[in-house]
Design a binder for this molecule. Structure first.
Ligand code: SF4
Ligand SMILES: [Zn+2]
Ligand SMILES: [Zn+2]
Length: 384
């Protein structure tokens, strides 16, 4: 069906038939903030819209133009306005909104059969925390929602930035009585991301990304966790998708999903429960929940191409609020039709001859990279 949304004016295609309530839930629109018209006639929440319906969703609550914005739920003065949702919230209802979006992501992951969830309350969850807003917001929200979840911080050795990040994660865990694993690359593997990148002649973000992914999976496997959760948000995932589309990286497109199942031994399921939330929403959640996070960005972020795509996408989002969500969620809704599953190479996984973790070759990419690094480094700084 064709759905016309107003302020700003835009049209989206949504698969039908579905009820008005289901449509609004799909579009993340709060029902009492809009009128819904089908063929120019008003319709209520339980009205069934046919697959070829022409629908208009017309906002009825004005934003900031006519005075201070008010909470969409309780009408108290709002602390955050999101043009994408055409809504604003007070502090309490903002926290509810963020947790509801995480709940929705976990309970109804896109493209999976109904009833299949990202994780269950019986699972042992490990959340990878960097000290930034997204991962700490996620740890807080999952804990509040009653999940069994511990944290993992990987020390990258990026000077004062890494020291402050570690302190913030440790303080977060201590204040809430939560368990935090800490892995320092220098102590555990004998290099930091800057020294490793220099020694291997590779980009810092490349060495960093591979090291983090390895350490996340390794700690999750070694400590018997069922699920690894990361704080990737809507802005991250939309920028990644844009990059994969711009370069037509079909195997990456086939694999880009907020739930990646474990496909063999020594792997855990990986989930991204923040994919429905913008950076702004996650930062505001930290503020209203009293979460102290590292506001500064990694000083090496300029080498990260995802960062440039994010900045470019921000320009488009400013001109057309909701575009990022439309792009990402629309992709997930159509992923099985758009991407040939054969693009995801069928690979035989074996155990790495050096560390035992899954690999497609004899020795895993992490061990090969590490070997290259420690051979080139003048002094090995830590344990073997
Ligand atoms: S910006 Fe690059 S080096 Fe810094 S934390 Fe991210 S991936 Fe690592
Ligand atoms: Zn409120
Ligand atoms: Zn290995």
């Amino acid at each position: 069906m064709r759905v016309r949304l107003r302020n700003p004016d835009r049209t989206v295609e949504v698969e039908g038939p579905c009820t008005v309530a289901e449509l609004l839930d799909h579009l993340d629109v709060l029902p009492h903030t809009v009128l819904v018209l089908n063929d120019r006639a008003l319709v209520t929440a339980d009205h069934l819209l046919p697959a070829d319906a022409e629908v208009e969703v017309r906002p009825v609550i004005s934003g900031g133009a006519e005075g201070a914005p008010r909470c969409a739920v309780c009408r108290a003065p709002a602390v955050l306005e999101e043009r994408r949702h055409r809504a604003a919230w007070c502090a309490d209802h903002l926290a509810d909104h963020v947790q509801n979006q995480i709940r929705k992501a976990i309970d109804h992951p896109p493209g999976l059969p109904a009833g299949e969830r990202m994780c269950s309350y019986a699972d042992r969850l490990l959340v990878a925390v960097s000290g930034g807003k997204d991962s700490l917001a996620l740890w807080d929200a999952l804990t509040e929602m009653g999940y069994r979840v511990d944290g993992l911080y990987v020390g990258l050795g990026i000077g004062g930035y890494s020291e402050r990040s570690r302190e913030v994660c440790a303080a977060f865990a201590a204040e809430r009585g939560l368990d935090l694993h800490v892995v320092e690359l220098a102590e555990e593997y004998g290099y930091t991301t800057p020294s490793g990148a220099g020694a291997a002649g590779r980009s810092t973000c490349g060495v960093c990304g591979l090291s983090k992914r390895y350490a996340f999976n390794r700690v999750a496997v070694d400590h018997g966790y069922d699920v690894l959760a990361t704080g990737h948000n809507l802005d991250d995932e939309a920028a990644t998708l844009l990059g994969n589309v711009l370069r037509w990286q079909e195997s990456f497109l086939a694999r880009q999903h907020p739930v990646l199942p474990a496909t063999g031994a020594n792997q855990v399921r990986k989930i991204k429960p923040m994919y429905r939330l913008s950076e702004r929403e996650s930062a505001a959640y930290c503020v209203v929940r009293g979460i102290d996070y590292v506001v500064e960005e990694c000083p090496l972020v300029d080498g990260n191409t995802g960062h440039e795509l994010k900045a470019a996408f921000d320009l488009l989002e400013a001109a057309s609020p909701g575009l990022k969500a439309q792009f990402l969620f629309g992709f997930y809704d159509r992923q099985d039709r758009l991407v040939d599953p054969r693009a995801e190479e069928e690979v035989e996984l074996a155990e790495c001859g050096s560390c035992g973790m899954p690999t497609t070759g004899a020795v895993c990419a992490f061990c090969r990279q590490r070997e290259l690094i420690v051979q080139a480094l003048p002094v090995r700084t830590g344990a073997s």
